[in-house]
Design a protein around this ligand. Structure first.
Ligand SMILES: Nc1ncnc2c1ncn2[C@@H]1O[C@H](COP(=O)(O)OP(=O)(O)O)[C@@H](O)[C@H]1O
Ligand SMILES: [Mg+2]
Length: 353
């Protein structure tokens, strides 16, 4: 079932946390709400679930108005950051919980539970209690418990945040696989851009209770619509610039220490704006290179990070940019060195202020 949100307002007491939010999540979509702590992600998710009432507007699942329905009538499965398992019940009984609550009994329940546990890779642990499981295993149990009832909508609130980096990547893959297999409409909440980019069909970047940009991961990353989105999703150098259309989908951005041609398909009018340069799109060399727009720069600092080196560069007049270099010899420029910064017009973006 697709989810349709129309003009939704949610408040705690007098304060509106969400005002007039509209959003269409297609059936089968893996949709991620991405934003910093406090921007309203959990509130929106809990409103979709029915735990927080809507003060205004409507919510529909598959065309059916669920705005006034309690959570247990909304056919949702939910997974939380802190797992929320019953500590006194075995894994089997935890997973069976939703089925029992629906009045299901007998061998069918045991079969469904066993299947669900098998699918999250825990077929052998049904008799354990949650305390005897690792964090990753607990979250797999929570996932099995959410999916065993075959919900129409799967809701997840930062389910990976309590796990260490390696497990996070493993469970990320499990979640994505299960979601694709069941083709279940999913709303996933995270503050982690990497999770959002790697898992989602669609991302809504949230800012202060509103969705600031909606798009596929590639769109959000390559063509952020605001400095906020550029900065929150991936690192970005943001330089205040005077923008002037240059034809052919290009814009000239004058940031004081140079003029750079950047890509902007929207043909924005002459204006003050921001030149956005992704650190990994920048090139460094000892002398100007063909095929790039070159600017003189001085290396201020160098951080060797193994797979890449991160450089802070001074372009003069107090303007600094970060450049990340990959590939052989990426740590080859020393602090103090005079270098040439190479910028590819197709990788530089502008945003109207
Ligand atoms: N139960 C509550 N009562 C009052 N204010 C709340 C409550 N829950 C959240 N808020 C406020 O609503 C805003 C959004 O919070 P939340 O939805 O939890 O954001 P996020 O999940 O993005 O961190 C915050 O300012 C938070 O302080
Ligand atoms: Mg939250």
């Amino acid at each position: 079932m697709g989810i349709r949100i129309d003009d939704l307002t949610v408040s705690y007491g007098k304060e509106n946390v969400i005002s007039g939010l509209s959003l269409d999540i297609p059936e089968g979509c893996f949709f991620t709400l991405l934003g910093p702590s406090g921007c309203g992600k959990t509130t929106l998710l809990r409103t979709i679930a029915g735990f927080v009432p809507a003060a205004g507007g409507s919510l529909r699942f598959g065309g059916i108005d669920v705005t006034r329905l309690p959570p247990h009538k909304r056919a949702i499965g939910m997974v939380f950051q802190d797992y929320a398992l019953f500590p006194d019940k075995t894994v089997n009984r935890n997973v069976a919980y939703g089925l029992h609550a629906r009045g299901e009994r007998g061998p069918d329940v045991a079969r469904k539970v066993a299947e669900a546990l098998e699918r999250v890779g825990l077929g052998h642990l049904g008799d354990r209690h949650p305390a005897a499981l690792s964090g990753g295993q607990r979250q797999r149990v929570a996932l099995a418990r959410a999916l065993v009832i075959k919900p129409a909508v799967l809701l997840m609130d930062e389910p990976l945040s309590n796990l260490d980096a390696k497990l996070r990547v493993q469970i990320r893959e499990t979640i994505t696989e299960l979601q694709r297999e069941a083709n279940i409409t999913t709303v996933f909440v995270t503050h982690d851009q990497e999770e959002a980019l790697s898992m989602s069909d669609l991302i809504g970047v949230m800012n202060k209770g509103a969705i600031e940009q909606l798009g596929r991961p590639q769109e959000i990353y390559a063509t952020p619509r605001s400095g906020y989105v550029a900065d929150f999703v991936g690192a970005a150098n943001r330089l205040a610039a005077r923008l002037r259309p240059a034809g052919g989908g290009l814009v000239e951005a004058d940031f004081g220490q140079g003029r750079i041609l950047a890509t902007d398909a929207r043909e924005i009018p002459a204006a003050e704006g921001l030149l956005i340069l992704r650190p990994e799109s920048l090139h460094l060399s000892t002398a100007p290179e063909q095929g790039f727009q070159n600017l003189p720069a001085t290396v201020r600092s160098r951080q060797y990070l193994g797979s890449k080196t991160s450089y802070r560069l001074d372009l003069g007049n107090g303007i600094e940019v970060m450049a990340d270099l990959h590939g052989p010899g990426h740590d080859g420029f020393a602090p103090g060195a005079a270098v040439s910064l190479g910028i590819d017009a197709s990788e530089a973006r502008v945003i109207a202020a």
